[in-house]
Ligand binder design. Structure first.
Ligand SMILES: N[C@@H](CCC(=O)N[C@@H](CS)C(=O)NCC(=O)O)C(=O)O
Length: 220
């Protein structure tokens, strides 16, 4: 059997995406927990450009960047499809995944890490952007249709992490009245048993993130 190793961090939405995809496909792997304050020589060797987790190593060959890894997993193993088969739907799913990581994530994270006027501006920007997703999910159970697909896997960031970060810093990123469709998806998603099995335990994650914010605060 091919050797499969995943370098990740238990609290990271990016490495959880890969775990979810591997489990969806029924692929066995070894999880190697990285220490972000003291990255292992192997991680730096496997991802010399970004020096980030997750990195999937398949029979000694490393693949970095969660969206790239998800595509590799879908192309390599049979089982439930992660990407839509139809080329247009596939392009749309890629667009939404990139939107979440590159357009939504930066202001959302800034809203959590900044203060005062800067926080207010980033918060408004992040919340406004979610209107696009509220419209996209309207009338559907998951972004992938009846079952979980690429955008749902990538959406762990907003469905779970964003809610917890919001609780910690006192920001409601997904107001139920403003975004009823997206709010419904979040509930559906977080209550789906397969998803639940692949999310970190809430109390543990809150403690981890609070400690992270204390470090950020003390370095200001
Ligand atoms: N675009 C990357 C983002 C991954 C990422 O941000 N990983 C964080 C942990 S959650 C990391 O490794 N940070 C290390 C650092 O920035 O030094 C992906 O999708 O894989």
């Amino acid at each position: 059997m091919a050797e499969m190793k995943l370098f990740g961090v238990w609290a990271s939405p990016f490495s959880r995406r890969i775990e979810m995809a591997l489990k969806l496909k029924g692929v066995e792997y070894e999880f190697i927990e990285e220490d972000m304050k003291n990255k292992s020589p192997l991680l730096l060797e496997y991802n010399p450009i970004h020096k980030k987790i997750p990195v999937l190593v398949h029979s000694g060959k490393p693949i970095a960047e969660s969206l790239v890894i998800l595509e590799y997993i879908d192309e390599t193993w049979e089982g439930p499809a992660i990407f839509p088969k139809d080329p247009y739907e596939r392009a749309q799913a890629r667009f939404l995944a990139k939107f979440l990581d590159e357009t939504f994530f930066p202001p959302m994270w800034k809203a959590c890490c900044s203060r005062g006027e800067e926080r207010q501006k980033a918060k408004e920007e992040a919340i406004e952007l979610l209107g696009f997703l509220d419209n996209e999910i309207k009338g559907k159970k998951f972004f992938g249709g009846d079952s979980i697909g690429l955008v749902d896997i990538v959406g762990n960031l907003v469905a779970y992490w964003c809610g917890i970060l919001g609780e910690i810093v006192g920001i409601e990123f997904v107001p139920k009245d403003k975004y009823p469709n997206f709010f419904k998806w979040i509930n559906e998603y977080n209550n789906c048993s397969f998803v639940k099995e692949n999310l970190p335990q809430k109390d543990k994650l809150i403690a981890f993130l609070k400690a992270r914010f204390e470090v950020l605060d003390s370095s200001k």
